[in-house]
Design a protein around this ligand. Structure first.
Ligand code: SAM
Length: 219
């Protein structure tokens, strides 16, 4: 199976959009800002339509692209976390220009700290969590993320296949990437073996995991 040809073909099926969202994508890509791939965007939009989430937690705002995608698809209130100061003004500006200031709240700061603050502040559990930030931290953040979900909440994690290197032996991974590589494998193992979660890993885009938090009675 030629995955690149399939990906190119599937991307070619996406309806052409020359509106503001497409301009935002082009600007982000030209500036080297890492945003969700086209096929991941389509998946996220479909998930929002299926789940109709009243509340979303996104970890990793960048310039607000995926938040805006989810808001446009009909997600209710979105809290999105970003710690890179240089991106925050652009994200706020993009969210304002898209007209979603009242629905998207950008929370500035390190996600590890913000997650704990949300829990301590008694945040209502979110219906959908989209995890798209520092890949090496996912396993570390997972217990707090689970505390911010309710049975039936869905966790979508992007980039879990790490440019198709996640299945390789650590000896084939450049030394500087080995820690992240090992942590992503541990994260996927945990998602698949945590009795409280039902998870499917989908080789779409850079790899997506889709997990639902189970009711304790269903475990
Ligand atoms: C892949 S980008 C997010 C893209 C965005 N979800 C989109 O598709 O439009 C990841 C973002 O996570 C942010 N990030 C990384 N580590 C973080 C952390 N510890 N706390 C908060 N944000 C973090 C990065 O600065 C970066 O902007």
């Amino acid at each position: 199976m030629n995955k690149e040809r399939i990906a190119a073909y599937l991307a070619s099926l996406e309806p052409f959009d020359d509106g503001p969202l497409n301009r935002l994508r082009k600007d982000a890509e030209a500036a080297g800002v890492p945003i969700i791939r086209v096929e991941t965007e389509s998946f996220l939009r479909t998930m929002v339509k299926i789940l109709d989430p009243q509340s979303v937690l996104e970890i990793g705002t960048a310039v607000g692209y995926s938040s805006i995608v989810m808001a446009k698809a009909g997600a209710g209130r979105i809290d999105t976390i970003e710690n890179y100061e240089k991106r925050i003004p652009a994200a706020l500006d993009n969210i304002r220009q898209a007209g979603f200031e009242s629905r998207i709240r950008l929370i500035e700061g390190d996600a590890g700290r913000v997650l704990k603050e949300l829990i301590a502040g008694g945040a209502e559990p979110y219906d959908l969590v989209f995890l798209d930030a520092a890949k090496g931290q996912y396993l570390h953040w997972l217990p707090d993320i689970l505390q911010l979900m309710h049975p039936g909440s869905v966790l979508v994690t992007d980039n879990v296949l790490q440019d198709e290197t996640v299945m390789e032996s650590r000896f084939l991974i450049p030394r500087r990437e080995r820690t992240t590589h090992a942590r992503m494998r541990d994260y996927l193992y945990e998602l698949k073996h945590n009795a409280g979660l039902q998870t499917s890993v989908i080789p779409l885009g850079d790899g997506i995991s889709l997990s639902v938090l189970l009711d304790p009675e269903d475990q």
